[in-house]
Design a protein around this ligand. Structure first.
Ligand code: FAD
Length: 306
């Protein structure tokens, strides 16, 4: 596929690959496309507040079943044209034929987007339901990586799962297919959220043991509400670590103290990750800036010292 003018326009945009190769620690923020006007205002407030921190890149998720396709493209396009930020577009294979996938990749290029995070996506409705491939689509994220690579000069990220993907029968098969996905052409990976630094470090060790050195950026979400603990399995793929749950239980009656502990824990965990050589931190923001900003500011000396 020829991208013509689009690829020339996109050539000026930095890639996450180049930014990681520069040796600096990467720090990035993840947003999702909101459904309401108020949500849209909240998103752009958060973007403007976090832009001041000059992140390495920001990413925008792609709704289940391709439900936010146009909104994801609109937001990344605005990020590319109206801000100083480097946008990464999440992109899924759900409900799309290869023809549609190619067309969308062309739209991203046309919007000046050179960075795509290729994830398979979950079935719409029940994310744990049966995965059914589009009859003319692709089966795995690995195929999506190849498709994007064939389409032009994109930098491609993929997903990694510290506790293994819920559909993977074993940690071994999860690692094996993750490495295949990297070898298909992924430049870097971002993990699902997790709450213990050791869980990221074990994933990295497993991948390194297979001879794969694709940089894996930890995905971090500061706990700001006690209810997150109950949703941990759904969010991260594993129950909340019991020793940490006990620390939160002790302050569960006090929402301010829960938030403070959540920030303190995120800072502690990020410091360990950076000390252990993680290439950066990807913050899942849920379109709010304040908790992420507080964690980032506490970490700023560690990030600057790299
Ligand atoms: P794959 O890599 O295809 O893996 C899916 C399963 O198949 C795994 O069990 C894997 O081990 C197995 N597998 C892979 N290749 C093979 C093979 N060749 N043969 C046999 N088995 C294989 N979802 C969204 O809908 N929108 C988003 O924007 C989004 N962003 C995300 C961002 C991050 C950082 C992460 C971690 C997840 C994100 N997700 C998103 C969720 C993701 O789409 C789901 O978790 C999905 O179920 C798995 O995606 P994947 O890319 O890891 O799939």
């Amino acid at each position: 596929m020829s991208l013509g003018r689009s690829s020339r326009m996109a050539a000026r945009v930095p890639t996450v690959r180049d930014l990681l190769a520069s040796g600096d620690r990467s720090f990035s923020f993840e947003f999702f496309p909101p459904k309401t006007d108020e949500g849209e205002r909240q998103l752009w407030r958060a973007i403007r507040e976090l832009e001041a921190l000059r992140p390495t890149f920001v990413s925008v998720t792609y709704g289940a079943g391709g439900s936010t396709r146009d909104r994801t493209v609109d937001i990344v396009e605005r990020l590319a044209h109206e801000t100083t930020l480097t946008p990464v577009a999440h992109f899924t294979a759900v409900n799309h034929s290869v023809r549609e996938l190619r067309h969308l990749i062309g739209r991203f290029a046309g919007a000046g987007v050179r960075n795509i995070l290729a994830v398979r996506g979950d079935p719409p409705g029940d994310p744990t339901g049966e995965w059914i491939k589009h009859p003319e689509g692709v089966e795995y994220a690995e195929d999506l990586v190849r498709l994007i690579r064939q389409a032009g000069e994109f930098c491609v990220g993929v997903a990694a799962f510290p506790y293994k993907h819920p559909r993977s029968p074993s940690i071994e098969s999860d690692t094996e297919y993750f490495v295949r996905k990297c070898r298909a052409g992924a430049d870097y990976a971002i993990t699902q959220m997790f709450f213990r630094a050791e869980d990221y470090l074990r994933l990295r060790d497993r991948v390194t043991a297979k001879g794969c050195d694709t940089p894996i950026i930890p995905g971090v979400m500061p706990v700001t509400h006690y209810s997150t603990i109950a949703r941990s399995e759904q969010l991260s793929g594993a129950p909340f670590p019991p020793e940490l749950a006990r620390r939160f239980e002790a302050v569960a009656h006090d929402p301010v103290a829960v938030r403070e502990l959540g920030i303190e824990h995120a800072v502690e965990m990020c410091r360990t990750l950076l000390d252990e050589g993680a290439p950066g931190i990807h913050f899942i923001t849920f379109n709010r800036s304040s908790a992420t900003r507080e964690v980032f500011q506490a970490l700023a000396p560690a990030m600057a010292g790299t």
